[in-house]
Design a protein around this ligand. Structure first.
Ligand code: MSP
Length: 492
């Protein structure tokens, strides 16, 4: 029972923003969920440290590239710590363990004729580190040739290079995609990739000679490996024995093509098994606009976490949009979710329930007589309490994080409604047996909620369990320990 999940390795010169945090939190939720299911999990993230973009950025700051990346990697490590990311390893492409595997794969492919020497002449986008074809270009009014993905100006390259025979693997790849409906998800991305492959794959330039920052070839040291060819191999170079192939590669939609075309062809050539699923999630805009440094609207997840707590950030990212679709971030939407879902729904439920157990039952969850087999009809809260873990499981199997949270929040709303309907403050005067039953049902629901949110909001889950103080799953007889409200309401 092994499970291997990855994030992309991020360009080390970026500042971690909510786009990076999104993929990483999603992978973390999945990793934690699978661990709880009993899987031996390997969760990998890391940084992409070679290539022209990083090299240019280092030069612009008068730094040696290695010094530059050594400094910058710390930002990513600190960000993931702050967001409570439970990665099992962190790979940097400048590490010897990685370089060795890249060189070995490269040599194997040269030896078997899948990589051959030639010359590349064409356009290149440094921002995307991607070769751009004439037919896909966008031109602006001044006739500048722009990258179709990021919109930045491309530049013309003409250099000696080694090519990888992508074309040779085209039919095999297409067959694999057609025979494995879960290989590329969601379906819209799968269709895009199928169309792209059907237009015909061209051999890919996989070395550069214009600069030296990268992994140089044993066979021809003035060539450094193309940064994507280098970076993709991280998933294999970091995998502990017995973990390859990966179960899920998570990433944003803009880099699915590298993961669903280039990468599987490289693996086929290297005689390695293909990952089971490549999932391309959507993009976040900020108040309707593309997030960009020049616009100045880049959202810093760490500042959000400082202000509202790590779990609120994790919750928002996973809840706000279905995984796979695009989403929009705004402070207004963030605060609205915080107040309604976290402060009102979840925070209040815990606080109110513990308050009542404290007040009416001397902090002890009582064993109610009427909660027994055949007690009928069972209130909705009991039914949902049993069904929620199954619903979460179904959603998680499809990587539908927001559906999993919706299912948990249905239990939370039902429990809040149950309090209103049963009015324990009245039962306290009129019907002690029923009061015990109601509080017992609420405590059971809270236990389920705490367990089910734990992959998403590990700290909140732990705090809930601490306040509930239930051990070994035995609810009745527990003395609860009410604490401070988990999510104090934000004022406007
Ligand atoms: N270094 C490559 C990946 C190599 S993987 C072998 C790379 N790095 S990146 O720093 O640009 O990070 C890209 C990832 O950041 C995307 O896959 C996506 O996960 C995330 N996002 C960046 N901006 C984003 C949004 N605005 N919205 C959502 N995610 C986006 O590409």
């Amino acid at each position: 029972m092994k499970f291997y999940v990855t994030t992309p390795i991020y360009y080390v010169n970026d500042i971690p923003h909510i786009g990076h945090a999104y993929t990483t939190v999603a992978a973390d939720v999945l990793a934690r969920y699978k661990r709880r299911q009993g899987f031996e999990v390997f969760f990998l993230t890391g940084t992409d440290e070679h290539g022209q973009k990083v090299y240019d950025a280092a030069l612009a700051r008068d730094k040696k590239p290695q010094e530059f990346v050594d400094e910058l990697v710390l930002r990513f490590k600190a960000a993931w710590e702050k967001l409570n990311i439970s990665n099992d390893d962190f790979i940097r492409t400048t590490e010897p363990r990685h370089k060795k595997v890249v060189r070995d794969i490269f040599s194997k492919l040269i030896a078997q004729g899948d990589i051959y020497k030639g010359e590349y002449e064409g356009l290149y986008c440094v921002t995307c580190e991607n070769f751009v074809t004439e037919s896909s270009l966008k031109e602006d009014l001044e006739g500048r040739k722009l990258c179709p993905v990021c919109g930045k100006e491309t530049k013309t390259l003409k250099e000696e290079t080694y090519f990888f025979k992508l074309s040779k693997y085209q039919d095999r790849l297409l067959r694999h995609i057609e025979e494995n409906p879960d290989f590329i998800l969601p379906v819209s991305r799968r269709n895009e990739i199928i169309n792209f492959i059907k237009q015909g794959l061209r051999d890919l330039s996989v070395t550069r000679t214009a600069f030296s920052w990268g992994i140089n070839l044993k066979e021809d040291p003035k060539h450094v490996v193309y940064v994507w060819f280098d970076a993709l191999i991280n998933y294999v170079s970091a995998a502990p024995d017995g973990f390859w192939p990966a179960d899920v590669h998570l990433m944003g939609k803009e880099i699915v093509r590298f993961h669903a075309v280039t990468w599987p062809c490289m693996l086929m050539a290297a005689d390695l098994p293909l990952p089971k699923t490549v999932f391309g999630h959507g993009w976040w805009t900020v108040e309707g606009k593309k997030m960009s440094k020049s616009v100045g609207n880049v959202v810093d997840p760490l500042a959000l976490a400082d202000q509202f707590g790590t779990d609120a950030v994790r919750y928002f990212l996973m809840r706000e949009v279905p995984f796979g679709a695009d989403g929009d971030f705004s402070m207004e939407a963030f605060k609205a979710r915080y107040n309604s879902d976290l402060a009102n729904d979840l925070g209040n439920l815990l606080h109110r329930t513990l308050n009542m157990i404290e007040k009416y039952c001397e902090s002890k969850i009582q064993n109610p007589k009427s909660v027994r087999a055949g007690h009928c009809p069972a209130p909705t809260i009991q039914i949902l309490n049993e069904e929620t873990p199954k619903r979460v499981e179904e959603a998680m199997a499809k990587l539908q994080f927001s559906d999993a949270l919706t299912a948990i929040w249905e239990l939370i709303s039902t429990a809040n409604r149950y309090i209103e309907e049963e009015a324990p403050w009245k039962l306290a005067k009129e019907n002690e047996e029923r009061l015990k039953e109601v509080l017992f049902n609420l405590a059971s629901a809270l236990l389920t909620i705490a367990e089910q949110i734990s992959p998403f909001m590990p700290e909140t889950s732990a705090k809930m369990l601490e306040q509930l103080n239930i051990s070994g799953g035995k609810i009745a007889g527990t003395i609860v320990k009410k604490g401070n409200p988990l999510f104090p309401r934000l004022e406007k």
